[in-house]
Ligand binder design. Structure first.
Ligand SMILES: [Fe+2]
Length: 394
């Protein structure tokens, strides 16, 4: 029996090598005054930043630029929006990784609302955003969060009273997403690894989610096949392998669509409090917890074919297996090994016990939710998962 579901709209998707050249035409749909939001370094080293700036200036656009050097906080968004409110910005363009896209999305959403973005964050503020915004174009340079497809922007404040929460509204789905895999060729291996593990986690968690539906399942399964084929190749030969970059770009894009409609599981349940209390990038948190969370989840369902996740884990395990015609259990056990192998090849770093100390672990366990995850873990098990990923001290 298929349960009822809904599916929201998507951005105008412009995908393919070289299609960054279409940015000026997309900008022209909205006007000639552009706020360009980028990262601080790689966009300029790669030459894409200069190329994009020149192409917009050649068309007579007035261009303002801001850069984002870390995961965005409400203060960063408020500062930038305050600077440009009333400047006649007609379109915001974000060129960068997930943090840059989230920042751009939040800036576009708060430019027309003379207020702090914090007041509209889920679980932090109490105000309801009216949904009015400046048009927003996303151009990802990493294959990870899938923010180019989603209606939320994640903002965080790190510290004792920290939070990592979403600004969310149906109107915040980007107006256009220009996804050019050539822009990902210069993404460094470490970032390729952690952002790729984020996309992998999002696809797997939304596929296993209790909220999944036939459309998210179809996209998630195809995305997982692309991860199997392309994640390690993008890491090992990312500078030259446009096919691997293209596959990962599609996988990340699909992961954004599936997470927005089906929700996520325990790895992302952990990621929110980790982001609030530890200065560790989101992709690193997901990458480092992925193998352990799934291994312990499989242990809970491996003898229970009635669990709804059993069949789905089996399907995914077969996608990632290197053999055929075996018993179910062998596929499931092999998938656990495969996840560990992928994490090792990608050199995903363990958690630093000086940052993730006992007090922080207790806070994270307290604040971790995993309502869409296919099995339930006790607080002791949640703590064990984190401790298994702590770096061994000499
Ligand atoms: Fe994520």
């Amino acid at each position: 029996m298929i349960s009822s579901f809904h599916f929201s709209s998507l951005p105008r998707i412009i995908f393919g090598p070289g299609r960054r050249a279409e940015l000026p035409a997309q900008v022209a749909r909205y006007g000639d005054t552009v706020l360009l939001v980028t990262g601080t370094t790689s966009i300029h080293f790669s030459g894409h930043g200069d190329e994009i700036i020149s192409s917009l200036r050649e068309k007579g656009n007035t261009l303002y630029q801001e850069s984002i050097g870390s995961e965005p906080s409400p203060q960063m968004v408020d500062d930038i929006a305050g600077k440009y409110r009333g400047s006649g910005i007609k379109v915001v363009v974000a060129v960068g990784g997930g943090s840059v896209m989230d920042a751009g999305k939040a800036i576009s959403a708060i430019l027309l609302v003379d207020d702090s973005v914090k007041n509209y964050l889920e679980g932090v503020g109490v105000k309801e955003h009216p949904g009015k915004k400046i048009p927003f174009i996303a151009m990802p340079t990493t294959s990870g969060t899938g923010s180019e497809m989603t209606k939320n922007a994640v903002l965080s404040e790190i510290g004792e009273q920290g939070f990592k929460k979403s600004l969310r509204h149906d109107h915040f789905i980007p107006d256009a997403a220009i996804i050019d895999p050539e822009m990902m060729l210069t993404c460094p291996p470490g970032l390729t690894a952690t952002s790729g593990m984020d996309a992998f986690t999002q696809l797997l968690e939304s596929y296993l989610s209790k909220q999944s539906n036939p459309m998210t399942d179809a996209l998630a399964l195809h995305g997982l096949k692309l991860i199997k084929r392309n994640l390690l190749r993008a890491f090992l030969e990312g500078e030259n392998n446009l096919e691997a970059r293209s596959g990962m770009a599609i996988a990340a894009m699909f992961s954004g669509i599936t997470l927005a409609h089906a929700g996520l599981g325990l790895v992302h349940g952990f990621a929110s409090p980790f982001g609030a209390h530890c200065n560790i990038p989101h992709g690193s948190v997901c990458g480092t917890l992925m193998s352990t969370v799934n291994s312990m989840t499989i242990d809970k369902i491996i003898d229970n074919k009635k669990n709804s996740a059993y069949n789905k884990y089996l399907i995914v395990s077969k996608i990632f297996s290197d053999f055929k015609y075996k018993e179910d259990k062998e596929y499931l056990l092999a998938f656990k090994d495969k996840l560990e192998h992928i994490s090792n090849v990608l050199e995903i770093p363990p958690l630093d016990p000086d940052i993730v100390n006992t007090g922080v672990i207790r806070k994270i366990v307290d604040e971790t939710s995993h309502k869409h995850h296919p099995v339930t873990f006790s607080d002791e098990e949640l703590e064990l998962i984190i401790r298994k990923r702590l770096a061994r001290t000499a």
